[in-house]
Design a protein around this ligand. Structure first.
Ligand SMILES: NC(=O)c1ccc[n+]([C@@H]2O[C@H](COP(=O)([O-])OP(=O)(O)OC[C@H]3O[C@@H](n4cnc5c(N)ncnc54)[C@H](O)[C@@H]3O)[C@@H](O)[C@H]2O)c1
Length: 85
């Protein structure tokens, strides 16, 4: 199935992405704004994997997130960051 998660370039999110790619057959759609906290290196092992999709987007951007949801139609959404907006 398709899993959408947010903040997948962060400390917690990257660990989740690596684990999902290594231990499941799920497609992982990783939505991350790429702030100062983001690390592509943290995804080593999952980066470039055929089941890992990286989308640079802000979760506050309703239009961008709607497009991601429409394209990937995830069965599961994991919100690994929060925002005050
Ligand atoms: N690490 C901990 O020990 C800990 C403890 C308690 C709570 N938390 C909370 O868990 C969440 C994740 O923690 P972490 O340590 O992985 O954080 P992190 O700062 O390492 O990573 C956050 C990731 O989210 C991305 N991001 C930030 N704002 C975004 C936005 N608006 N849209 C899309 N992507 C965005 C950043 O680019 C980054 O890759 C945070 O909300 C944090 O407050 C963390």
């Amino acid at each position: 199935m398709n899993i959408l998660l947010t903040g997948g370039l962060g400390f917690i999110g990257s660990a989740v992405v690596r684990r999902l790619i290594a231990n499941t057959d799920h497609v992982v759609v990783n939505v991350d704004k790429e702030t100062y906290a983001a690390s592509h290196e943290a995804l080593d092992g999952a980066r470039g994997h055929s089941r890992h999709v990286h989308v640079k987007a802000d979760i506050c951007d309703a239009e961008a997130i709607s497009a991601v949801l429409a394209q990937w139609q995830p069965e599961v959404v994991m919100l690994l960051i929060c925002t005050k907006r």
